[in-house]
Ligand binder design. Structure first.
Ligand SMILES: Nc1ncnc2c1ncn2[C@@H]1O[C@H](COP(=O)(O)OP(=O)(O)OP(=O)(O)O)[C@@H](O)[C@H]1O
Ligand SMILES: [Zn+2]
Length: 839
């Protein structure tokens, strides 16, 4: 990958620099240029927040992206009004990364900023002022002047003020120096919407006043006094039980959470009396939401082949930036990561480990936490915004030198990464679909590492074709692990013929005899079973058996999905829902049946077939809550579930020793991805889910149910020769111009009027055809789903030559074309969505 960014000077100002490009929270393609007033010159730093005017009236907070001396051509630069930060919260490397991302993925830099900052730190098109929750006005360390006091008074009446409100309060226009001073005195915060602001967690604690700790006698006297006041005595005893000050008096300092002290039913008024009498004192403490954990286990001793892999990886890093670790399922990649992470941390650099999804993180995170304790931060989508801000700040302060996270963790404020590891690098969930930036976190991580001059390790049992291709060309280093850790072997595969069983009347509730036998065997030996059903693109729906009618969304051209639990039909695109009808809306027939098998139906069938087994289900519906995954995985791991039915979620990286049978409920469904990656995805999916079986001494059994067991792909997976499979598939990719031989860009044109959408798409198509680079432009075609949320959509697909200049030129021109088209009155409300490297 080549830097699209050039090597411009990113160091802060020299005397001649008089302009600053500011990243604004508004949808404009580029940064906007402002003049730097002399008096602010010494405070201007890349990454600092500044207050600026935008348009005629708007006052916004933005972030300085670049400092230079080129006056803008198209407009007169306005001056920066104020600089808010002495210590920027975003560093120059991050800005550089944002710029690269906005250029590579063809989106606004403001959109990247929006994705990058946790909303507690985010800027929006209307900045707000709130009082700083840590600020204690009575005991402030700095004096406030009259105007500052006025703002603070106003903030006692209102939880938030806009810049305009502040102007009104003071009756003057130049409020910015006052706000700045208040920020510096830590009296206010400037942020976006109030409901998303960061709130520190504060606990009320109590402790014994000092005299009782320093002198044992005084404490004894106190006990004598309290002998007649049992309620107060009980509180004192409880405190001493939880805070053993006799052995370690220093513990008193930290005290005890007040609610904990009262949780066993002691009376609050007795505690109040104790405080009033000076026995206890109450104080407030700022609590880390992310608790401290001590490392409890050593890293494992590596096997010979693991140790060798580590050496090979390090060897490749001597002259390559990126290495692929291709290790079969269960080969022990995690321990290899741990070894490398430790070495990099010891050298003083930071490490980021990316994981595709939270379902996966629980097991690995636990393992890593055992080794790294609180040095490690965790960053994922189920975290509350406050927790995210704390991880962000922890990276800034150096508390976390190592972070494990999902794709958004590439935006954390690292300043000296040494290594990025992308586990399960083939996972499609590394790609963000919506909204912009539509980035591929694996690819972006490689770029991020480049900016930090760090190394990237990509790990997978079934590498993506892009990665494998780069490895085969020698661009990436390649390290292989071909055996499982310890005694375990790869599982044995069986193909179960659905059609044949149906003919012979052996099929029961869509399960073949072979699958039933294998499950029964496992249950008999007290082993566990995983049943996998691919969800993507196949949801259960309701159909009329007489006329073929199916429930359709009123706003989108899609069938409604049947949700058995809620007895509802729902649209997965816009959220529309309705009750399941009792008869067909078209012909009135009452013969409605459910088509397509969801996990819910499979679970039901299995309950009927194995009434004695304890069932569990893991899919979107059962894992919505914050700890949903965790709970199911814990139950499974504790052996409280015998058969676990699930979607893609159960395939990824799970490591359970007692799983011996894996059933693939509908193998044919996996083959039918609607795109050129069908083969690659099917191979990956089957191999990954099969890889959950037999990870200890007992050999695993994998049963694939299919109507078409002769399909060559099954045979290839069973043989496990990834290289041969890759070579064969790549012939098609080459012949039909698909990645990795070309780069794809998909552009969707959307409008509420069908004709306008079509016209706009055709206009775009014509213009794109003119761009003078090697390319193929396909479409525009009506989208796979023609209408979403009442917006009609047309899609164009562009295949670009792989060269860096071709891509840069095309993207630059595309940006200009879209701007021109947008300026045409008829197309003003048309939306264009550009997706670079769609997956
Ligand atoms: N050096 C070691 N010492 C002890 N146990 C190990 C060692 N290496 C691996 N293991 C164990 O082997 C099992 C498989 O390892 P791991 O989960 O890391 O495999 P993996 O390569 O990530 O597989 P997958 O691609 O299927 O996720 C785990 O239970 C792990 O604890
Ligand atoms: Zn809909």
């Amino acid at each position: 990958m080549q830097s699209l960014f050039g090597d411009e000077d990113f160091s802060p100002q020299s005397a001649s620099l008089s302009f600053a490009d500011v990243i604004l929270p508004v949808p404009i393609p580029r940064m906007f240029t402002y003049k730097i007033p002399r008096n602010l010159l010494s405070e201007i730093q890349i990454g600092a927040r500044v207050i600026v005017q935008f348009g005629r009236k708007k006052i916004l907070t933005g972030i300085i992206g670049k400092v230079h001396n080129k006056a803008p051509q198209a407009y007169e630069a306005k001056p920066i009004l104020e600089v808010l930060d002495i210590q920027p919260s975003v560093n120059p490397l991050q800005i550089r990364f944002w710029v690269w991302m906005s250029e590579y993925y063809c989106c606004h830099i403001g959109e990247v900023m929006f994705a990058a900052l946790p909303s507690g730190l985010r800027l929006s098109s209307e900045s707000k002022v709130q009082s700083n929750p840590n600020f204690d006005r009575e005991n402030a360390s700095y004096p406030m002047d009259e105007r500052e006091d006025k703002i603070l008074d106003a903030l006692e009446q209102n939880s938030e003020l806009s810049y305009e409100d502040c102007e009104k309060v003071l009756g003057i226009k130049t409020i910015h120096p006052i706000l700045k001073s208040l920020v510096a005195k830590e009296a206010i915060l400037i942020f976006e919407k109030v409901q998303e602001k960061y709130t520190p967690k504060i606990e009320t604690r109590v402790r014994l006043t000092a005299e009782f700790v320093s002198d044992r006698k005084i404490l004894e006297t106190l006990f004598e006094e309290l002998a007649k006041k049992p309620k107060q005595e009980s509180i004192l005893l409880k405190y001493l039980r939880d805070v053993p000050i006799f052995n370690s008096p220093e513990l008193n300092e930290k005290g005890l959470d007040k609610s904990k002290l009262l949780e066993e039913g002691d009376s609050e008024s007795s505690l109040k009396t104790l405080i009033k009498n000076g026995v206890f004192e109450s104080f407030k403490k700022l609590i880390n939401r992310i608790g401290e954990v001590e490392p409890e286990k050593e890293a494992a001793k590596l096997s010979t082949s693991q140790a060798q892999a580590v050496q090979e990886i390090k060897g490749h890093f001597e002259d390559k930036n990126t290495v692929l670790l291709h290790g079969i399922t269960g080969s022990g990649k995690t321990e290899i990561y741990i070894q490398l992470i430790r070495e990099v941390l010891e050298s003083g650099s930071q490490v980021l480990l990316l994981l595709p999804e939270i379902a996966l993180t629980t097991q690995i995170v636990n393992r890593l936490q055992q080794v790294f304790g609180s040095k490690m931060g965790v960053y994922h989508s189920k975290y509350s915004d406050n927790e995210r801000v704390e991880v962000w700040n922890g990276v800034l302060s150096g508390r976390f030198s190592f972070v494990v996270g999902v794709r958004s963790s590439i935006f954390l404020p690292f300043d000296s990464l040494g290594l990025i590891i992308v586990d399960e690098e083939h996972e499609s969930s590394y790609k963000q679909f919506d909204p912009a930036p539509r980035f591929q976190a694996r690819d972006a991580a490689i770029m991020l590492a480049y900016f930090h001059q760090a190394k990237t390790l990509l790990g997978s049992a079934t590498p993506s074709f892009e990665t494998y291709y780069n490895a085969s060309k020698g661009k990436y280093g390649y390290v292989q692990l071909t055996s499982r850790f310890g005694e375990s072997a790869l599982p044995e595969f069986h193909l179960a013929n659905l059609a044949a069983d149906r003919k012979k009347n052996l099929l029961k509730l869509d399960s073949t005899r072979l699958l039933r036998e294998k499950i029964q065997e496992a249950l008999g030996k007290n082993e566990q079973v995983l049943i996998f059903q691919n969800r993507r693109g196949y949801s259960p729906y309701i159909q009329c058996e007489d006329c073929g009618w199916t429930g359709q969304c009123v706003q989108c051209d899609v069938s409604l999905t049947y949700h058995q639990f809620a007895e509802e039909l729902r649209c997965h695109y816009c959220g529309y829902k309705e009750k399941v009808p009792s008869d067909c809306s078209a012909c009135g027939s009452t013969q409605l049946s459910t088509m397509g098998m969801g996990t819910e139906r499979i679970e039901e069938s299995l309950i009927l077939l194995f009434p004695e087994a304890r069932m569990g289900r893991m899919d979107l519906d059962t894992t919505r809550s914050k700890y949903g995954y965790q709970r199911i995985l814990d139950e499974f791991s504790a052996g409280q579930i015998d058969i676990l039915v699930g979607t893609q979620m159960i395939t990824k990286g799970l490591d359970f020793g007692r799983v011996t049978v894996v059933g693939i409920w509908d193998g044919d469904r996996i083959l039918n991805f609607p795109d050129f990656r069908a083969g690659e995805r099917a191979y990956q999916q089957i191999t990954q889910v099969a890889g959950r079986a037999g990870r200890r001494s007992e050999k695993g059994q994998v049963v694939i149910q299919s109507r078409n067991p002769e399909h060559p792909l099954f045979e290839q997976v069973i043989r496990g020769d990834y290289d041969a499979f890759f070579r064969k598939e790549m012939m098609d990719r080459k012949q039909f111009f698909y990645p990795p031989y070309v780069k794809l860009v998909k552009i969707t044109t959307r409008h509420s009027d069908h004709k306008t959408a079509e016209k706009a798409a055709i206009a775009l198509h014509r213009q794109m055809a003119q761009i003078a680079v090697k390319k193929i432009v396909l479409g525009p075609e009506k989208g796979l789903i023609g209408r979403i949320k009442n917006q009609y959509q047309f899609e164009s697909l562009i295949k670009l030559e792989r060269s860096g200049t071709t891509q840069t030129t095309f993207k630059e021109k595309l940006g200009e074309i879209l701007q021109e088209l947008q300026a045409i009155p008829a197309f003003r409300s048309v939306r264009w969505i550009v997706d670079v490297d769609p997956s």
